[in-house]
Ligand binder design. Structure first.
Ligand code: HAM
Length: 434
């Protein structure tokens, strides 16, 4: 049997994991400044939760669920985070605890899609959900936060597209209008679009099939079906975005693939790096009817999720820097014992430290220290040990210092806090093959 990972599910090796960590840190810092707090939920939920929320007519539920069948239980791997967070919000009677709740989450999601670049069967999302605020200011703040997040992540050439899907009333009216528009063109639509005509005609608008795209030309626009309240919300959003100076594009074709959206929806796309055709970095919107639909109190809500793999594809392939490394090269048993203690003291003082306790030659230890891009290598042999000294090779400056064993901790902290020296030993010189 050949050992390999499951199709569309990737291992993330340490160097790549550092790129993920960088995104996660920037994400946490940014959303916490806006008052979001972390929520962690299980990877597995009852299938019914996704059927009722993500939606029976969504492609995700129809075709992409990973099911876990157990006796008398129908479970599924989560394809997205919004349903789980809504379940917790309702289960915890969160509405009774505070008027507005802001949660964020990070973690793997699972969709049985046909894998391609930027589209995987296990991928990672970082998302936020805000409950209890129906006004357009909440929408504007979230969109503004996302533009800031994209900027901090270093994404270039991004576009924030926004649209309104109206409330239930406007959408019912719009659905009728669309059916009236597409029905005479049924024969020129794809089979997929014909099926959508029955359950969710809005999805025909974002079909990638050229037949559907041609048929959709001149289709009625939802903006014309909005109720006065929907219209006021939409105007309020645009006004606040303009006041904040947030760049956006109104895209009347943006409908999103999940069933629960109402009013505002948005998507951030990128064109940089190796992103390719799966260019939606993040997407989200308002879902004011979902919580009541799941049996909770009627609670307005808005949220988004960002695909971490797609962000990484859109960014340059840089490895984030790590703190400088101290490498300990002892020669002989007594020196190894002394270095064992010194290494622990260095780590407790916060220095990334590697002890080579294999008992090899100095040459092989120095080769390893260089391979790991160590900033300094401390060499301790019998002679140094008996005189209470240690050799400190500054591998960045190509200098050697003779230090007292009792002063090494303090001197190293000073040296490591100074710049990396003329050769600039940092992530840039650090090999991926380490
Ligand atoms: P979504 O648009 O289905 O929305 O997914 C959000 C993001 O996850 C996408 O923009 C994309 O970056 C990433 N993504 C989705 N599927 C894949 C995949 N197969 N491989 C790689 N990346 C993928 C949601 O999931 C909603 N829960 C967002 C939301 C939160 N709406 C309200 N609150």
């Amino acid at each position: 049997m050949k050992l390999r990972s499951v199709k569309g599910m990737n291992d993330i090796l340490p160097v790549e994991a550092r790129r993920f960590q960088r995104l996660e840190n920037i994400f946490r810092q940014t959303v916490e400044a806006y008052g979001f707090e972390e929520l962690r939920t299980p990877l597995v939920e009852e299938l019914g939760l996704f059927q009722k929320s993500t939606g029976e007519t969504s492609e995700v539920v129809q075709k992409q669920m990973f099911l876990l069948a157990r006796e008398r239980e129908s479970l599924a791997l989560r394809p997205e985070g919004t349903p789980s967070a809504a379940r917790v919000y309702i289960g915890e009677s969160q509405h009774a605890k505070e008027p507005i709740t802001k949660w964020y989450y990070l973690g793997p999601m699972f969709r049985a899609e046909q894998p391609q670049r930027g589209r995987y069967r296990q991928f990672h999302q970082a998302g936020c959900e805000l409950y209890g605020d129906a006004g357009p200011i909440a929408d504007a703040e979230m969109i503004s936060m996302l533009v800031l997040l994209a900027e901090r992540l270093g994404l270039k050439g991004v576009q924030m597209s926004i649209n309104t899907l109206g409330g239930a009333e406007a959408r019912a009216l719009y659905r009728q209008e669309l059916v009236r528009f597409f029905e005479p063109k049924r024969s020129s639509l794809s089979e997929h679009a014909c099926a959508r005509l029955g359950d969710n005609p809005l999805r025909i608008l974002d079909s990638k099939d050229p037949r559907d795209q041609e048929a959709a030309e001149g289709a009625p626009v939802l903006l014309d079906c909005l109720t006065p309240e929907d219209r006021e919300h939409w105007r309020g959003l645009l006004h606040s975005l303009d006041a904040l100076g947030v760049p956006y594009v109104v895209d009347p074709r943006l409908v999103r693939g999940l069933d629960y959206y109402t009013r505002t929806c948005f998507e951030l796309t990128a064109t940089s790096g190796e992103i390719g055709s799966q260019n939606a970095i993040l997407g989200g919107g308002r879902y004011d009817d979902l919580l009541a639909g799941l049996g909770g109190q009627k609670t307005p809500a808005i949220g988004f999720a960002m695909g971490l793999e797609r962000v990484l594809l859109a960014l340059p392939d840089e490895i984030p820097e790590r703190p400088p490394l101290v490498f300990l090269a002892p020669m002989g048993d007594a020196a190894t014992q002394r270095c064992l203690l010194l290494a622990e003291a260095l780590r407790r003082a916060g220095h990334r430290t590697e002890l080579d306790g294999r008992g090899g030659s100095l040459k092989s230890m120095l080769r390893r220290a260089n391979g790991m891009a160590a900033r300094v290598c401390l060499v301790l042999g019998d002679t140094e040990l008996s005189s209470g000294r240690i050799q400190c090779k500054d591998l960045a400056r190509h200098e050697q210092l003779d230090l007292g064993l009792d002063e090494v901790l303090g001197r190293l902290s000073e040296l490591l806090a100074s710049d990396a020296g003329p050769t600039g030993r940092s992530a840039a010189t650090e090999g991926r093959a380490e």
